[in-house]
Design a protein around this ligand. Structure first.
Ligand SMILES: [Zn+2]
Ligand SMILES: [Zn+2]
Length: 326
């Protein structure tokens, strides 16, 4: 399913099966999660990427053919491909283990073709083995929503009470990790979205309510998964002195001006960007131990447009996943 330009639906195209380079694996895609970032690319909020483009950076598939340098992965292995498709290894960030901030990164389903397809290529050094307890479709959202939820939680620092704004794919995974660590989760949704609020309570949130309301207890930290800048002053208002507001999305609408009082008291406002391979190694180790479960809604590959529309309208409970039946 090929993205050609903003405003056009994805086009179903027959293409030759790609040939892997020396460091690449040819992968038969089994499932590909749909991330909000895909929606930002599709709608033109992020416009720097390749065109035409195959979206998708939460890929689970089977290794079919290996380039000559590939090590540690065999034909037939199940592997996952995340958003970080490649980093340069030489820039000041890569040199200190902060490859998520690489100056010359290559992102899957943005700079190179991704997983809304039957076949894709990936650099073996950026792939992960998928824990056995997950089906292909259940595992797909772990590759971005899971990793970002995990990284955002780490960036939130020491906290007992955590507010999660936007209870979608990343939050429902982050909540499980937080609850496992004996933290209390407070879920904020679009005003009046009782379905999402019930979903959050079923996932173990101690409180769920509208994003424009104050919480019963002052929070230690808040993570914004919703791409809505207007939530930042609201979240700052809900956290204690010294607390952190983490913005976990790649794009956000404009942040309204707000009084410095909201930031005063050593409150911290920060973003979290991309992932490192170490995040993936750490996350895929703890996810099956907790165990993190993913709530998914599946779509056939040809229905990728419908899936993106459902995500935009807030109709997806948990994560949307394209499933390939080949
Ligand atoms: Zn993503
Ligand atoms: Zn770099």
């Amino acid at each position: 399913m090929v993205f050609e330009k903003t405003g056009d639906p994805l086009k179903c195209r027959e293409r030759p099966i790609p040939t892997p380079g020396d460091n690449e694996i040819l992968i038969a895609v089994k499932a590909c999660g749909i991330c909000r970032t895909d929606l930002h690319i599709y709608e033109g909020d992020l416009s720097q990427g390749k065109r035409p483009l195959v979206l998708g950076h939460e890929i689970v598939g089977m290794a079919l053919t290996l380039g000559k340098n590939v090590q540690g992965i065999s034909v037939g292995d199940r592997i996952g491909v995340p958003w970080l498709g490649k980093s340069c290894g030489r820039c000041p960030y890569c040199r200190v283990g902060r490859e998520n901030l690489c100056d010359l990164p290559v992102f899957t389903g943005y700079d190179i073709d991704g997983g809304y397809a039957e076949y894709t290529l990936a650099d073996y050094q950026y792939c992960f083995k998928i824990p056995e307890i997950y089906s292909d479709a259940e595992a797909a959202p772990l590759l971005c929503a899971g990793l970002i939820g995990y990284r955002a939680l780490r960036m939130a620092g020491e906290a007992k009470r955590i507010g999660l704004y936007g209870f979608g794919a990343a939050a429902h995974i982050g909540a499980q990790i937080a609850i496992h660590e004996e933290k209390e989760v407070y879920a904020f949704t679009r005003p009046g979205d009782l379905l999402a609020q019930n979903f959050a309570k079923n996932m173990g949130a101690v409180w769920a309510g509208d994003s424009d309301t104050a919480v019963p207890e002052i929070l230690d930290t808040a993570i914004l998964f919703a791409p809505v800048g207007a939530l930042i002053p609201l979240a700052l208002k809900n956290i204690k002195k010294g607390g952190t507001v983490v913005c976990a999305g790649i794009h956000m609408s404009m942040i309204p001006a707000f009084s410095y009082d909201l930031l005063w008291g050593e409150r911290i406002l920060r973003s979290v960007a991309n992932l490192t391979r170490q995040d993936g190694i750490d996350f895929f180790k703890i996810a099956p131990q907790i165990p993190v479960r993913t709530e998914i809604q599946t779509f056939p590959l040809e229905a990728a447009d419908d899936a993106l529309a459902s995500l935009k309208e807030g109709k997806i409970q948990g994560a949307a996943v394209l499933v390939l039946n080949s």
